[in-house]
Ligand binder design. Structure first.
Ligand SMILES: [Zn+2]
Length: 466
């Protein structure tokens, strides 16, 4: 190592004086965009029910070219695909990256520092499972989203909803039984969940979320199975209150998603202008038809409804009443998914919370949909191009705007956000894997062995072919 000079060279000195101007120039000189070339791959592009042979060239964070004769420049990383499948990175649409072991996690045992640090485990698990994008469905993750976006920590792209918008006693009420109006609990004080009543309070909470980077808003619109204060049948927020949240979101060009099970709560949310329903387990076929007609998306949680609640007796901390509710949800969900498939509504996959300890939850949440009659192709679209379409409803709030640099704004609007697809100009978020998921969707479950290369934003997260 050379001894450090005590003199400061002129260039360095001026870069200290004029940091932005010079560093931009220097960046240009030093960094030709990095290239990664995948050769001999079978491409599932996220849109078509087939594999197409070819090479794929990544330059910087985007896909530069696709074709049989595509070659890389000097110094590129070349990955011989060996005839394996190359598919878009997956997108989970119902994540809780800052909630690790249930809704109250972080209220009593951890402070926000520890909660954030523990979230790292979840972020890495997502990348390992091939999930390169996550729409967070509630919790204080705006800071994590920013840190990932700026390259400070590894993780999937995060589209945060910010703190839950819940009424007092609603599904996002994380206070204690004897709390009184006006008392503040730790999770609310830290932007994890807002207990708000009336139009004014709701508008303020939604604006607070958007101010800190929420790309869409999550409303708690009805009762849940495990929550403390809200029975399953309960409809939450008046129409006027819910419309207030939708209006504030719309003023920023974005949309709302809602936690709702019952027919009445789902329909009230749609009446208010909500675009995406989470859970939806207890609706009628007429409501599914309405969702089809009005282009409302269904975010599917197959694990909780079809697996966990199939045998609620095994959930030891559930009361008899909670077990009855869980059974009801299990029966309802099987029927609801059948109708959703029959009427071909927009479906996306959202694995919800838990998971690092109990296995590859986000991946299995997709593959489990085979049981309700979904084809592997439809399942793959749920986790790629269809998910990206719904994410794109956040409009100008989307912080990831690099895709399709050669297109006009009008063409871009037509094209989508460049996630969930393998296309020239799209983001380089991809998985190279053994097996053909269009034939056997279960190959996604054993990601440890089957996923050979995972690349996010042009950067290699995993490569076992070296
Ligand atoms: Zn959730």
């Amino acid at each position: 190592m050379k001894p450090k000079s005590r003199f400061i060279p002129i260039a360095v000195l001026s870069s200290l004086l004029f940091p932005s101007a010079l560093s931009a120039q220097e960046e240009k000189k030093e960094e030709a965009p990095k290239q990664v070339l995948f050769t001999d791959v079978q491409i599932f592009n996220g849109l078509d029910d087939k594999l197409s042979p070819g090479n794929v060239l990544v330059e910087g964070n985007l896909i530069k070219a696709i074709g049989k004769d595509v070659k890389a420049g000097e110094g590129a990383t070349v990955i011989d695909g060996g005839g394996r499948t190359l598919m878009p990175g997956l997108i989970d649409m119902h994540s809780h990256l800052s909630i690790h072991e249930g809704m109250l996690d972080g209220r009593d045992d951890w402070d926000q520092m520890a909660t954030g640090a523990i979230s790292q485990e979840r972020l890495r698990s997502y990348l390992d499972q091939g999930f390169t994008t996550a729409r967070d469905a509630g919790g204080n993750v705006q800071g994590l989203a920013k840190a990932v976006r700026l390259g400070r920590i590894p993780g999937p792209r995060i589209y945060p909803s910010g703190g839950f918008i819940s009424q007092t006693g609603g599904h996002g009420d994380v206070g204690r039984w004897n709390d009184q109006p006006g008392s503040t609990n730790y999770l609310s004080a830290n932007g994890f969940s807002y207990m708000v009543d009336g139009v004014d309070e709701i508008m303020k909470a939604v604006r607070t979320n958007i101010r800190s980077g929420a790309t869409q808003i999550k409303i708690m619109g009805g009762g849940g199975v495990a929550s403390e204060f809200d029975p399953l049948h309960q409809v939450q927020f008046t129409l006027e209150e819910m419309q207030a949240a939708v209006k504030v979101a719309a003023d920023s060009g974005t949309y709302c998603l809602v936690h709702a099970y019952s027919d009445e709560s789902v329909n009230r949310a749609i009446d208010a202008g909500v675009k995406c329903i989470e859970h939806n387990f207890l609706v009628t076929e007429d409501t599914i038809k309405r969702m089809k007609k009005e282009g409302i998306a269904l975010s599917c949680q197959s694990i909780i409804s079809l697996v966990t609640f199939a045998n609620p007796e095994q959930i030891t901390f559930f009361s008899a009443d909670q077990q009855t509710k869980a059974k009801k949800v299990n029966t309802g969900a099987s029927q609801m998914f059948e109708w959703a498939v029959k009427h071909d509504i927009i479906m996306v996959t959202g694995g919800d919370m838990f998971g690092v300890a109990d296995g590859p939850r986000q991946a299995v949440n997709m593959t489990k949909m085979v049981d309700v009659g979904l084809s592997p192709f439809k399942i793959l679209k749920m986790g790629t191009s269809d998910a990206a379409k719904v994410i794109g409803w956040c409009g100008e709030m989307n912080p990831y705007k690099d895709a399709y640099p050669d297109k006009t704004p009008e063409e871009k609007a037509e094209q989508g956000i460049g996630l969930g697809v393998i296309q020239e100009g799209a983001y380089a978020d991809m998985i190279l894997l053994d097996g053909n998921p269009l034939k056997d969707i279960k190959v996604l479950e054993d990601y440890t062995n089957n996923f050979k290369v995972i690349i996010r934003n042009g950067e290699v997260w995993k490569n076992t072919l070296k």
